[in-house]
Ligand binder design. Structure first.
Ligand code: BG6
Length: 469
C-alpha cells in the first residue's frame, strides 16, 4: 500500500539499543556469580568464550555515558539470573542486586528507560544439573527469581521482557549453546521444556501485574514472516506450517493462553505432545502480556517438502533455512541479498512481520532486536566506516515508519546491539554494535570503546525522531 503522507514516529517512541548479560558483561565468576549453561558450554572452534566479553560489568558507567551521548531513550539489557541467584534458587546474592541497581540508576540519571529481559539464554547451571527446563521445579525457580526482580527493581523498571527467544532455544538450542546434543528423545523433550517455559512465563506476567501495577511485561520471541516459495497452494501450506511452528505457537500461548491448533496436531502426529497437569491451561490463560516484544533479523521462505527427501538441509541457526520432511522445506529467497554471515536481509519483510503480528494480536509492539552482524574494520584515526550497517538500519527504520502508517502500534525500536559483544556462536568478529570494542577473538587488547560511524548516524535519527535517516 502506498501512502500519500507518512505518520511520524509517535511521541515518546522508545529509540533504544539492546544487549544481553552474558554476551556483554564478562566478569563471569566475579562477585558471587554462579555458572550458567553458557559458562559451562563449549564454543565453536576459533571463537571467543564469554568470560570477559566486552567487560561491561566493569565499564558500565563509561558505556552508559556513551549510550546517553548517542541519545538513547531506552536500553534493553538482560539480568544474569546467576548473579541474583548463583544456584538458581536459595540465597540472594547482594552483589548481584547491587550491580543491577547501579546500572538501572545510572541509566535513569540520563533519563534512559531500562527495558529488562529476565532471562536471555543463560540458565543457571545448578538448575540444568537437575534437569533444566525438563524439570517442573525450574518453573518455581523462575517464579521465585521473577519475584525477586520485581521486589528489588520494580520501583524503577517499567518494561519487563520474560524470556528471550524461547522459540530459538527450542528450535536451535544446540547451535546457540543452551541445549545439550546428547538429549534422549530430543524433540519430545524440547516441547516438554517449551511447555514449562510457557508456564513460567505466564506466572511471571501474572506476578508482575500483582507486584508492579504500573509496569508492563511481555514475551520476546524471534519472529519472522514466512513466505511461500511459489503460489502453489502446497507451498502456501508449507509456509503456514513453518510460521505456526516457529512463530505463532509461542505468541498464541503468551497472548491467548492456548496452544496453536496446527502445532498441537503436529506435535500429536510426531509424538511430541507435552505432559501437562490438570490446571496448566488455566495458568497459561491467567498470564496476559501488555505488549509484544520481538526480535527481527529476516524472513524465511518455505516450499512443500516430500517425505522421501528425508535428512537433507537440516536446521542451522536462527535465520538460516530449516526443513522438516513432510512439513516444510526452507528455501533461499532469490529476491534477497545475504549478510557476510549468510542471513538474508529483508527490510520490507520487517513491515510484513510487524503487520502480521499486530493484526493477529492487536497489542502494542516493541522491537527488541534488529541489526547487521559484520566484520568491522578499525581504520587509522580511530574510524569505523560501517556504512553497510547504516544502510541496513535505515532501510528497516523506513519500513517501520511505513508499518506505523499502516496502523501498527509500534512503541519502540531497539537494534542489536548497543555496543559490540560476543555473538551467540560466531564470536566477537561478528559485530553488531554502534560502539566498537577493541579486542578480537583471543586477544583482549585494551577493550577500549570507539564510536562507529553508525553511532553518529543513529544519534541524528533519534534526535530527529526518525525524520533524518
Ligand atoms: C538473537 C539473540 O538470536 O540474535 C542474540 O537474542 C543474538 O542473543 C542475536 O546475539 C544475533 O545472533 P548471533 O547468533 O549473530 O549472535
Amino acid at each position: 500500500m502506498n501512502h500519500k503522507n507518512l505518520k511520524p514516529f509517535p511521541k515518546g517512541f522508545l529509540w533504544g539499543a539492546s544487549t544481553s548479560a552474558y554476551q556483554v558483561e564478562g566478569a563471569w565468576n566475579e562477585d558471587g556469580k554462579g555458572p550458567s549453561v553458557i559458562d559451562m558450554g563449549r564454543y565453536p572452534e576459533g571463537t571467543s568464550d564469554f568470560k570477559v566479553a566486552s567487560d561491561h560489568y566493569h565499564r558500565y558507567k563509561e558505556d552508559v555515558a556513551l549510550f546517553a551521548e548517542m541519545g538513547l531513550k531506552a536500553y534493553r539489557f538482560s539480568i544474569a539470573w546467576t548473579r541474583i541467584y548463583p544456584k538458581g534458587t536459595g540465597e540472594v546474592n547482594p552483589k548481584g542486586i547491587e550491580f543491577y541497581n547501579n546500572l538501572i540508576n545510572e541509566l535513569l540519571s540520563y533519563n534512559i528507560e531500562p527495558i529488562v529481559t529476565m532471562y536471555h539464554f543463560d540458565l543457571p547451571y545448578a538448575l540444568e544439573q537437575k534437569g533444566g527446563w525438563s524439570n517442573k521445579e525450574t518453573i518455581d525457580a523462575f517464579e521465585n527469581y521473577a519475584k525477586t526482580l520485581f521486589k528489588y527493581f520494580g520501583d524503577r523498571v517499567k518494561y519487563w521482557l520474560t524470556i528471550n527467544e524461547q522459540n530459538m532455544m527450542i528450535l536451535h538450542g544446540t547451535t546457540i549453546g543452551v541445549t545439550s546434543s546428547d538429549m534422549k528423545d530430543a524433540q519430545r523433550e524440547l516441547y516438554q521444556q517449551n511447555h514449562h517455559m510457557l508456564l513460567a512465563q505466564a506466572k511471571a506476567m501474572n506476578l508482575c501485574h500483582a507486584m508492579c501495577p504500573d509496569a508492563k511485561i511481555g514475551p520476546a520471541p524471534n519472529i519472522a514472516a514466512v513466505y511461500p516459495a511459489t503460489c502453489n497452494p502446497e507451498d502456501v501450506l508449507a509456509a503456514s506450517n513453518l510460521s505456526s511452528i516457529r512463530n505463532w505457537l509461542y505468541l498464541d500461548a503468551a497472548v491467548f493462553g492456548r496452544y496453536n491448533s496446527v502445532v498441537w496436531s503436529y506435535m500429536e502426529e510426531k509424538g511430541y505432545t507435552p505432559t501437562a497437569d490438570k490446571n496448566d491451561m488455566d495458568i497459561l490463560k491467567e498470564g496476559k502480556p501488555d505488549f509484544i516484544a520481538f526480535n527481527y533479523y529476516s524472513t524465511l521462505t518455505a516450499a512443500k517438502y516430500e517425505d522421501k527427501s528425508k535428512g537433507e538441509n537440516q536446521a542451522s541457526d536462527q535465520q538460516t533455512e530449516m526443513s522438516e520432511p513432510g512439513v516444510y522445506k526452507g528455501v533461499p529467497n532469490p529476491y534477497l541479498e545475504k549478510t557476510q554471515f549468510g542471513w538474508e536481509m529483508d527490510p520490507v519483510g520487517f513491515r510484513n512481520t510487524l503487520r502480521q503480528i499486530y493484526e493477529r494480536y492487536n497489542l502494542p509492539l516493541l522491537v527488541t532486536e534488529n541489526g547487521l552482524g559484520a566484520y568491522d574494520k578499525l581504520e587509522e584515526g580511530e574510524i569505523i566506516n560501517d556504512d553497510y550497517r547504516i544502510d541496513f538500519l535505515r532501510k528497516h527504520i523506513k519500513q517501520a515508519r511505513l508499518a506505523i502508517t499502516d496502523g501498527v502500534n509500534l512503541i519502540g525500536y531497539c537494534p542489536w546491539s548497543a555496543i559490540d559483544l560476543v555473538s551467540t556462536h560466531q564470536g566477537i568478529s561478528k559485530r553488531y554494535g554502534f560502539i566498537y570494542v577493541n579486542r578480537d577473538e583471543f586477544d583482549l587488547k585494551d577493550l577500549r570503546r570507539i564510536k562507529k560511524k553508525s553511532f553518529y548516524w543513529y544519534k541524528d535519527v533519534i534526535n530527529s525522531n526518525g525524520e533524518k535517516l
